[in-house]
Write a protein that binds this ligand. Structure first.
Ligand SMILES: [Zn+2]
Length: 415
């Protein structure tokens, strides 16, 4: 059960010197997208225009960040015909520079994000230069502004076909490939919506680079039309005085760690007040400016549990699009028994932190794993430890710590 839903990219089984030394790579849920993002083509308006109208192109639609879906476990990809009233065919006709120069606040522009090419589905023949694969886009159809009525029509048409907007807080039932596509799309759309106004001058920004950047345009043709100005210049903004007058989607690095005791016989886990009974998990927190991953691990563990971590290794990483985290999974170890005293008095984040014997953790990995807050799994013994499922990186960190198999062939000696 634990790994049935996980992505398995081709490189996972490749025999390389690194995989021989460190073992197979852990591939976490939301990662390993089937799409080639071809990020260098996001400013290529010829590619974008031809991709938009190609019959193989798929559009993932979001309403208030909820993806249009066939079921709670299956996304729905729309065709261009289903959204043509919302997304004009010429939306990508202008190069980026011209889009910025001809900004007109009186004209509504939908948010359309180019996600990439699915090279595993080239059967319908989309190609551009040497690149092949079905193009994927994400479109925000949340009803707002001048596009509100058009958006509502698309939503009504979709719901009349029995489709749903999956409003689950966290989606973990999607097939791995779709989960990765959804994670990319959700995170970029959310970032665009949160950055509709310039952080420096407070005026509206526009989406450029196929949805992956936002710019603060120097002029607005709409100012002339509505009579509010005798020219089309917007107020000065210092972001335009530098070459980096664009803002980029943010990713928030977060550490998440399973801590092993000095003798390798116990694992430190914590629980928050909101957890269901018997649930424990790894400790986690945001990395702060000027902090290494290893230092952030030691700081977070000490702040939340009082335990002093010594050596830290990075195990694997997981994009977590709620809203923009990159979970950097680590294993840490204490150096001596006196560093293992739990003290919750520093940071009140955890309700409890506790050392669990390896045997107890191994038993929980066998019989205590289920979706967060979901029904108790078969074989679960009442009152024993419960853990997160394999869609969470916490599962693999705890598994690695319990097996004392930290990086493939590297074993942590039990003292
Ligand atoms: Zn500005």
């Amino acid at each position: 059960m634990a790994t049935a839903n996980m992505p398995k990219p081709a490189h996972a089984d490749a025999d390389t010197l690194l995989s021989r030394k460190f073992g197979k790579e852990t591939v976490n849920y939301f990662s390993s997208s089937p799409l080639n993002r071809v990020s260098f083509l996001r400013s290529d308006n010829l590619l974008l225009s031809s991709a938009l109208k190609h019959p193989s192109t798929k559009f993932l639609l979001f309403n208030q960040l909820a993806p249009l879906s066939q079921t709670f476990a299956q996304l729905y990809y729309a065709s261009y015909q289903e959204i043509e009233a919302f997304v004009p065919l010429n939306i990508f006709d202008k190069p980026e520079k011209e889009i910025i120069q001809t900004y007109d606040s009186g004209k509504a522009a939908p948010l359309v994000v180019f996600l990439g090419l699915n090279e595993s589905q080239p059967e319908n023949g989309f190609s551009y230069k040497s690149y092949k694969g079905n193009p994927y886009f994400a479109v925000d159809i949340t009803p707002r502004g001048a596009l509100e009525e058009k958006a509502k029509h698309i939503i009504e048409a979709a719901e009349s076909k029995g489709l749903i907007f999956n409003k689950a807080r966290i989606l973990t039932d999607l097939p791995p490939d779709d989960a990765a596509i959804y994670a990319q799309a959700r995170q970029i759309i959310d970032w665009n919506v949160r950055n509709a106004f310039c952080g420096a001058c407070g005026h509206p920004t526009i989406s450029v680079n196929a949805g992956s950047k936002r710019a603060c345009p120097p002029t607005d043709l709409g100012l002339l039309k509505n009579g509010s100005s005798t020219d089309n210049c917007r107020p000065p903004c210092h972001t335009r005085n530098t070459i980096s007058n664009l803002s980029f989607p943010r990713t928030d690095p977060t550490v998440i760690v399973a801590v092993v005791s000095h003798d390798g016989k116990k694992v430190l886990l914590g629980r928050q007040k909101r957890y269901p009974p018997c649930w424990y998990s790894t400790l986690a927190g945001f990395i702060e400016p000027g902090e290494s991953v290893e230092d952030a691990v030691r700081r977070e563990v000490w702040e939340e549990s009082g335990v002093v971590v010594s050596r830290v290794i990075i195990h694997s990483t997981q994009p977590w699009p709620y809203p923009a985290s990159l979970m950097i999974g680590a294993i840490g170890q204490t150096a001596k028994p006196e560093d293992e005293v739990v003290n919750l008095s520093h940071d009140p984040e955890l309700e409890e932190a506790q050392w669990f014997d390896i045997a107890e953790v191994e038993e929980a990995l066998r019989t205590g794993v289920s979706s967060f807050g979901g029904p108790k799994p078969a074989g679960y013994k009442e009152g024993t430890l419960r853990l997160a499922p394999s869609t969470a990186i916490a599962y693999f960190l705890i598994e690695a710590a319990a097996k004392t198999e930290l990086l493939g062939n590297q074993y942590l000696p039990r003292i």
